[in-house]
Design a binder for this molecule. Sequence first.
Ligand code: MN
Ligand code: MN
Length: 475
Amino acid sequence: MPPKKEKPKQLGNAKELKEKLYKEPVRTWDTLSENERKQAFDYAERFRIFLNAARTERKAIQVFVDRASKEKFKELSVRSKGSKFFQSMHGKTLAVAVIGRKPLTEGLRIITAHVDCPRLDLKANPLYEDSGMAFLKTHYYGGVKKYQWVARSLALCGTIIRGDGSVLDVHVGLDPDDPVFTIPDLLPHLARKQMDQKASDFIPAENLNLVVGSTPFHDKDADERVKLALLELLNKKYDITEEDFTSAELQVVPAEPARDAGFDRGLIAGYGQDDRVCAYTCFTAAMETENPEHTAIAVFYDKEEIGSEGNTSAKSRFLETFIMDLMEKTGTQPKARDLYRVFMNSKALSADVAAGLDPTYADVYEKRNSARLGYGINITKYTGHGGKYMASDANAEYAAWIRKLFNDNAIVWQAGGHGKIDEGGGGTVAKFLAVTGVDIIDCGPPVLSMHSPMEISSKEDIWMCHKAFKVFFNS
Ligand code: MN
Ligand code: MN
């Protein structure tokens, strides 16, 4: 008789095993109580209002500074007292901090987001007249599909510094009673050649010219009557001349407000969610943080969309300076060595949006590694493109720490990348902070139509990001 075979030990049936062993996507909605679903929608409404108020990086920073001041945050200076501080730089970069119970040298909890968005900037000599109309010439900022910017209503937002140094804020096209601006596109009847061109070519950058006027100056014998009439109007209204365009930062942005999308109102559709959705969720998380163990810092950068170049970007030394000021404030004489020790003991999140899986274009995504709208905050262990070039790749130990933090606090999360390896890719500010030795990982909500004039995000994910950032600040 052959020996009796040992029956293999059953761990459970297939369903039980799967639950135990698989990492399956979790729909955020299913984890929320009726009350929390309502909270999530109310929160998204406040975000939507912010999005409409903050069409430029300067506006976003201004909204945050005003709110922080109301919440009793003090502008960081030699004299300022308390445990909540903020500091802004050039009106386009901001850090807010809530001092923790432990000394700074034991590490910080840092979240970064960026407040600049793809758009069209005006050139230095933008105004001209042609064929009886006045136009402004633009130069696109960041990764835009140029064809998305023609034949739609646009607003002009930004700041002009006049010759005498006085500041003028311009926001035209956002109020329903305002005029709007637009970039004409060619009529289909004459577009045969245009339609045969590649999408990257059929709207040349030099064709992104904004119509801004059409009424001539009263003197029939004058040259360039429309341009002249327009400059006269601008001079009367704003006290500016043509030269003032040279010291201006004027941005052409979509005029229409962000709206709820879908019959069920579960999505938000609107301009500027990359990355103001993370800026808002992390800023409000900082406002709601009280007496954390580690000092919590939220940083809002400019110029991420053009590679973090310039003195308001993540490549600037702003954060280092802010932390050294905080060290001094909390009783440590800051030395460069101590500063980098602080960074090496710190944990950071680079909060930025992820490329949400769009089922209509499923072929450019790798389905198993793409974030889906409504399935929680997305963790991107590494960014970059083919071969991990230009990547910020978080350490496994740190990824494990984040995963545990989220799991222990009922944060619904998913792990996705940036589409198929050889289709493209992208980066965030993470790599510029990583050089300090800080542990940093990318995370944020997935969005559809990223970088378009109408980006789409899910209210479930917005809520989960806000919760995740609060949990992180209190870790
Ligand atoms: Mn971004
Ligand atoms: Mn972007």
